[in-house]
Ligand binder design. Structure first.
Ligand SMILES: Nc1nc2c(c(=O)[nH]1)N[C@H]1C(S)=C(S)[C@@H](COP(=O)(O)O)O[C@H]1N2
Ligand SMILES: [Mo]
Length: 320
């Protein structure tokens, strides 16, 4: 596994106040110190190795720049309608679900279609890494989440798209027996999201398999979910069963449900309000105060440098 040099979307490691996050940093330094380049780390192998503190700070992002939300809040304040529509429902309602073994199907306009066990896939893609990203829900709240996982671009390269492939369509598992929300007519099931191939190949696009150095909990989308930190959280489809490479822009679930409220691009944009709420600012979950502290929302959620080039010539006032 390639241990990446610090990138500017990462948290300066010394900024983390969470004890668990220190363990995360320790593990990375431990891996560096024993030189495990090329070793494939399955998500389930991640616990344990915690030597080599202290971690280095990235001076471009001082200690105050990003502060991870607590593990407890990240894993108990969730949107996962398959397990209930209230924020506090997915955790208890998904407790008994066993998303393993898990096969993901990679299909469509590609040269390497496969149905593959998630841990085999992680191994084939060279293991996982950690990234701390901002997360901004269209409901105008935000968190900072230390994800484990792999860049989506690696999966794209593995799939080997044909020239006709222009978009990715990512689909959650359909299993109404174990995902009780799917027994009800809340959304059109299964939950589907999409990305343009160029977006999927952007350095930020990520498939998460863990949080805070532990396998991703059921309520956050076990065993693998999409993370696109410059887009609203609904783009981050959970518990992915199928990734298809297609020629046409796929219809995404929230756009099916409310086409005047949700688009395909879903880029975070403080200057374009949602019909029911302003996007100019956001409530920081765990940020203090009765309702959580507020902060201004940044264009592309603060990732303009990495993604603005993708949208040259696109009217960003339109949300599709
Ligand atoms: N399958 C599925 N994926 C989903 C959702 C959902 O209801 N079902 N909710 C989305 C929304 S609106 C958000 S904000 C994020 C929430 O992710 P989190 O609970 O890990 O913070 O998941 C997204 N992915
Ligand atoms: Mo959301």
């Amino acid at each position: 596994m390639l241990i990446r040099s610090p990138q500017d979307w990462e948290l300066p490691e010394s900024a983390a106040t969470e004890e668990k996050f220190y363990h995360l940093s320790k593990r990375r330094d431990f891996l560096k110190s024993i030189g495990v380049a090329g070793v494939a780390l399955a998500a389930r192998d991640l616990l344990g190795a915690t030597a080599g503190f202290p971690a280095k700070e990235n001076p471009a992002y001082p200690a105050s720049a990003l502060k991870p939300t607590s593990y407890d809040l990240i894993t108990s304040y969730n949107n996962f309608y398959e397990f209930g529509t209230d924020k506090d429902e997915p955790k208890p309602n998904s407790k008994k679900w066993k998303p393993e073994p898990w096969t993901v199907e990679i299909a469509g306009l590609i040269r390497n279609p496969v149905k593959i066990d998630v841990n085999d896939l992680i191994g084939k893609l060279g293991g996982i890494e950690q990234r701390v990203y901002r997360m901004r829900c269209v409901e105008a709240w935000s968190m900072v989440i230390p994800w484990d996982g792999f860049p989506l671009s690696k999966l794209v390269a593995f799939a080997d798209p044909k020239p006709e492939a222009k978009f990715l369509k990512l689909t959650t598992i359909l299993d109404p027996k174990n995902l009780p929300g799917q027994q009800e007519n809340i959304l059109r099931w299964p939950y589907v999201e999409g990305l343009h191939l160029d977006e999927a190949n952007n350095e930020l696009a990520f498939i998460a398999t863990g949080i805070y150095g532990k396998p991703i909990p059921n309520q956050n989308g076990a065993p693998l979910r999409l993370v696109t930190p410059w887009k609203y959280g609904f783009k981050g489809v959970k518990s992915i069963a199928k990734i298809e490479f297609v020629a046409e822009q796929p219809m995404n679930t929230w756009r099916v449900m409310a086409p005047r409220e949700y688009g395909f691009l879903a880029n975070v944009n403080p200057t374009v309000d949602h019909p029911r709420w302003s996007q100019a600012s956001e409530r920081i979950i765990g940020g203090g105060g009765l309702l959580g502290a507020r902060q201004k929302t940044l264009m592309f959620n603060g990732y303009e440098k990495q993604v603005a080039a993708l949208y040259q010539g696109v009217d960003l006032k339109k949300f599709y």
